[in-house]
Write a new protein. Structure first.
Lengths: 204, 204
DNA sequence: GTCTATATAACGATAGAC
DNA sequence: GTCTATCGTTATATAGAC
């Protein structure tokens, strides 16, 4: 298993380490040395498997980006009732981000660098999800069951309330003296309170 | 005015340039060369006035951080009615961030580096603002005019809905095909819609 | 106070032995 | 496939002339 053939285990160890370091420090803050050390291998191996820092970063970023978006778009595209979609999205993000604390800040802060070609990555799924959501909101409005609201406004409100607390976590620690457990409790409470807020907000 | 005595104009030009570059690229992404070029002076001057990159960065960061927090804390500490406070905070943030697009992402992403000593910077104002807000929410609850809600929950919801759109600006461009004017229009609409949402949410 | 030139260190990347 | 040693660049920082 060692030598003579590509060592997949090593290749993965490197990728795992790269994910950790890049997501915590960003592209320009991360050091190839640190990634190598975290992976428990030599620096030269990173280049052997991934050729360059930019290349390795790209792998990590694309993965993080799709993790951050594709599931949500999937839920929005489906044909579940609106309130179920709301609960699902809040729940999904809460679980995902509790286990991957640096993800949202990483994605958002690295996006400035390549603001263009990321659009390609969502363009397909985007249309489906939005058309579907827009129609659903329109129907609800014509039913008289909800107020008139655009898909973008609805989407932004929902994601803001769900994701923002993760971005401000170190600050919340300072302002409200939240420790780790307090924070988790708050997030778990918000799995119910955020959907309730959104639904209340939609009521005519 | 030139030579012989400290040239305050130059010192400020450097600080202005540093603010621009640091806020756009972050500490490790920023280059002293770029700052010098943006200030229209030689690289050696940056060290003459500010000694080191870390030192210059510190100036910029502290300023940005207090800009991001102190005003809000001031409003919360005052004795305005709750709904007025809500409108004021949303309005303040919207105006500030429309003119300083990189501020929130800059503050949030650089905070990981020094998560500790920033707590010092808010500790004083924090207590006043929170006690005041907590009492106000408690009174409203006893009046029967609003639901029971903690100060932290209230605060997070308010700031999330106000600030988050600025963090996702390049993405909104991709998902909703928003151009610059669309974005500004959306933010200006939210000066009313966000307070309305928050108030609606508070209703029993 | 401002510049040019240069020292010094850090980092990404490659060569070559095993 | 993995390591050590090293090259080449780029960045921060300083020395010294004006």
């Amino acid at each position: 298993m060692i030598n003579q053939t590509d060592n997949i285990e090593t290749e993965e160890k490197v990728l795992d380490a790269a994910r950790d370091i890049f997501q915590e420090k960003g592209f320009s803050g991360a050091r190839m040395d640190d990634i190598a050390k975290a992976a428990g291998v030599n620096k030269a191996l990173l280049h052997y498997y991934y050729r360059s820092k930019a290349n390795l970063f790209d792998r990590v970023f694309k993965e993080a980006f799709s993790q951050f978006f594709e599931k949500v778009m999937g839920v929005l595209s489906g044909d579940l009732p609106l309130d179920v979609k709301i609960y699902k999205i809040v729940d999904m993000y809460s679980s995902m981000l509790l286990h991957n604390k640096h993800l949202p800040l990483f994605v958002l802060s690295e996006i400035r660098e390549n603001p263009d070609h990321l659009i390609e990555m969502i363009k397909d799924k985007r249309k489906d999800a939005l058309n579907n959501l827009e129609q659903q909101l329109q129907e609800g409005y014509e039913n008289g069951s909800i107020i008139k609201i655009s898909a973008s406004e609805f989407f932004i409100n929902l994601v803001s309330l769900t994701v923002f607390p993760f971005l401000t976590r170190p600050i919340l620690k300072g302002i409200f003296e939240q420790d780790e457990r307090d924070f988790e409790k708050m997030i778990n409470d918000r799995r119910k309170s955020v959907p309730n807020m959104i639904i209340k907000m939609l009521r005519p």
